[in-house]
Design a binder for this molecule. Structure first.
Ligand code: 0L1
Ligand code: MG
Length: 264
């Protein structure tokens, strides 16, 4: 693997995708125009989007793994998790409102999340390292919003598009890892009071902490680590559910409490 695109092209594609995100319009997948781009090119474009945001004063709120559950891999027709970041302006308070018109075609997914208390660095990071590095566990709902028309993309295009990051809502209660059994932790996702999806933590790679080890190993390939104090979303336990303006979302996480919000 290697970076095959020149810096000007990486910068142009980052601007193209970030404009689509910030102005809420869809685009065709970038591999249509750059079919031979590499995984490293895709992460370089994502890194450039992050650099652009930080240069404007945006703070990075955390890291995320995506496409980590069988349900989501099947839904999107892919086999590999992807990794991205979330930013401060993407945060919506529990009980709050997500402005639908700021997004293109949002979907929601329930995620088991952690905050770390020690750095994690790959290669060779495994679930034991992750367990030792966790400060606490907490629930969240991610609102994803691919910038690609009709959510039609391939993995390299979606990595470049910062893995469809759009909004996230943290709620419920913080718990110590040793108070929980993450693989059997049940999650019920309701829209407008109706149950639309149910799953348990094991849906995410057998244990959501495996997604964090994979993230550390992926970052390690690029000489990066997960710093202590990082908020990490481990990926949707269910498939992602499309929503419309006016929808009320409520997710019940066993032992972790509820996360609720509305699309206004
Ligand atoms: O958080 C996610 O699982 C999103 C991964 C990107 C693919 C998608 O938009 O479904
Ligand atoms: Mg997600």
């Amino acid at each position: 693997m290697a970076i095959t695109l020149d810096q000007a092209t990486i910068a142009k594609l980052a601007e193209h995708l970030e404009n689509a995100e910030l102005q809420a319009y869809d685009v065709t997948k970038i591999t249509d125009d750059y079919p031979s781009m590499d995984w490293d090119d895709a992460y370089a474009i994502q890194d450039e989007i992050r650099r652009r945001k930080e240069a404007r004063g945006t703070r990075i709120a955390g890291l995320k793994a995506g496409l980590t559950s069988r349900a989501k891999m099947k839904q999107m027709g892919v086999e590999t998790p992807v990794f991205g970041f979330i930013a401060d302006y993407m945060s919506v308070p529990d009980g709050g409102e997500v402005k639908f018109d700021e997004l293109i075609h949002p979907k929601v997914e329930a995620e088991i999340c952690v905050v770390t208390k020690a750095p994690l660095r790959g290669p060779g990071c495994h679930i034991g390292n992750v367990m030792a590095a966790i400060d606490f566990v907490l629930p969240a709902v991610e609102v994803i919003d691919s910038r690609y028309r009709d959510f039609k993309f391939d993995l390299k295009s979606v990595i470049a598009d910062n893995t469809s990051s759009a909004r996230f809502v943290i709620g419920g209660n913080m718990r110590n890892l040793d108070e929980l059994d993450l693989p059997t932790l049940g999650v019920v996702l309701e829209i407008n009071g109706e149950i639309v999806s149910m799953a348990a933590g094991a849906a995410v790679l057998g244990n959501p902490l495996v997604a964090i080890a994979m993230m550390a190993n992926e970052l390690g390939k690029r000489g990066q680590e997960i710093p202590a104090g990082t908020f990490i979303m481990t990926g949707g336990v269910t498939e992602a559910i499309p929503v419309k303006k006016g929808d009320n979302v409520n997710v019940r996480f066993q032992d972790l409490g509820n996360v609720s919000f509305r699309f206004a």
